[in-house]
Design a binder for this molecule. Structure first.
Ligand code: DSN
Length: 434
């Protein structure tokens, strides 16, 4: 076995990791789907649990030697159930896409209909974008929002479409939508057409866990999926949460609503995945323990306060935001309309100034996806560093100044220097530096 330290054995990888740590330390991370995990989460992720095969479920594995993996997976499941107030949690999905795929494949046959939000209006690739495998396998019927009307969904229209389409699953959830959903209306429509209700809260899972946004289970939803690495602030992973009776996953259950948890378990394994990543599941257990602490509530609420302040200040500077504001942790800015530059140029410009965002399509974007009209901006990672409204006001100034002066390299470098100074006051991992 190689017993040499990473720095001696593979300095190239060691240096790349050090470079990434410095980049994270010295920049403003404002991609809404990114965050910084704690050292406890990193410790679990880098643990010997990565060595273990654990195909199967707690107490029912296909391999021996799983007494400790059973402990960590059991803890993750119980904590997830408590936080999200549901009957069952499957914590094995490797990330966001497989977690959603596991749900579709559990209840739908090829060609069956699922309704989800249009990609350019905020839906995710796995919500049926035609370029995704899911979009090809199933008949996705996409609904849209009214971005100039506060981003609302017209539920009379949705009901009419649902009656015609007869979806097996009515899915709500988003990846670039700055508003909350009306779960009551979704449930009403789903009940009228006999569809399963599914909410993909990948982005806002941490906001729900911290009580800062509503929990779809409180509105009678059947299934909720969430990633663990966004606002929930854990390792990369996914969870499928559900209501119903948990049965033996090795026995094929009847296709009833009551059996949803067992049907989902079987869909994740052996349906879709093999061995779960147990080091990741241990890190998810730690993440959920963190999410149960009282300070996590403050964190979740502060993310939204920061986003609202940032949105308000950007709009004051005439930066056009889709739906004119935000209810959650993110905003989508139409840089084409506001400054006359596309999202790819805006993303590059901000990167030169030390701010990381991502280019983003806006509803019914006339621009191509690789050069869309906007950018997506979020506050979870900066909130983890301890930044509050006062910092958001300064950052709004820098974002605006950088975008307006996108061709002025001197100005962009000056902003970057200011950002490096600011970030020193909000150290990320002091224990890992120096
Ligand atoms: N890539 C994630 C995001 O940035 O929102 C979704 O998969």
């Amino acid at each position: 076995m190689n017993k040499i330290k990473l720095s001696d054995f593979d300095p190239q990888v060691k240096q790349a990791i050090a470079g990434e740590l410095k980049r994270q330390e010295e920049g403003l991370e404002m991609i809404p789907s990114e965050n910084f995990v704690s050292l406890a989460v990193l410790e679990a992720l880098g643990s010997v649990l990565t060595n273990k095969y654990a195909e199967g479920f707690v107490g029912r594995r296909y391999y021996g030697g799983n007494q400790f993996t059973d402990i960590v997976e059991g803890l993750a499941i119980e904590r997830a159930k408590k936080i999200f107030r549901c009957d069952h949690a499957n914590v094995q999905p490797l990330s966001g896409s497989p977690m959603n795929q596991a749900v579709y494949l559990a209840f739908c046959k090829p060609g069956d209909t699922i309704m989800g939000m249009d990609l350019s209006h905020g839906g995710h690739l796995t919500h049926g974008a035609p370029v995704s495998h899911m979009g090809k396998l199933f008949n996705f019927v996409r609904y849209k929002t009214h971005p100039e009307n506060g981003g609302k969904i017209d539920f009379d229209e949705l009901l009419k479409t649902a009656k015609e389409a007869k979806p097996k699953i009515l899915l709500c959830g988003y990846t670039s939508y700055p508003r909350d959903y009306d779960y009551t209306d979704f449930k009403r429509v789903a009940d009228e057409v006999g569809a399963i209700t599914m909410a993909d809260v990948a982005h806002i899972g941490g906001l729900i866990a911290g009580g800062a946004m509503r929990n779809p289970f409180d509105y009678g939803f059947d299934i909720v999926t969430t990633t663990t690495h966004k606002t929930l602030r854990g390792p990369r992973g996914g969870m499928v949460l559900s209501m119903g009776k948990v049965g033996n996953p090795f026995k094929e259950p009847e296709m009833t609503k009551e059996n949803i948890p067992t049907i989902l378990d079987r869909s994740v394994f052996p349906g879709l995945q093999g061995g779960p990543h147990m080091n990741n599941i241990a890190a998810i257990a730690v993440t959920l323990q963190e999410a149960m602490q009282p300070e996590f509530k403050d964190y979740a609420n502060q993310i939204i306060k920061n986003a609202k302040k940032l949105a308000e200040k950007l709009m004051e500077k005439n930066i056009k935001l889709i739906t004119d504001g935000t209810d959650n942790h993110m905003m989508v800015a139409d840089t084409m309309k506001s400054i006359g530059i596309d999202g790819a140029t805006a993303e590059k410009t901000l990167e030169k100034a030390g701010i990381t965002v991502n280019k983003q399509v806006i509803p019914d974007d006339p621009q191509p996806a690789y050069k869309p009209s906007g950018i997506r901006i979020g506050t979870p990672a900066l909130t983890t560093r301890g930044m509050k409204e006062a910092e958001m006001e300064i950052i709004a100034d820098w974002i605006n100044e950088a975008l307006v002066n996108w061709q002025d390299e001197t100005k962009l470098s000056a902003i970057k220097q200011n950002i490096i100074e600011m970030t020193k006051k909000f150290p990320l991992y002091p224990e890992l530096c120096g």
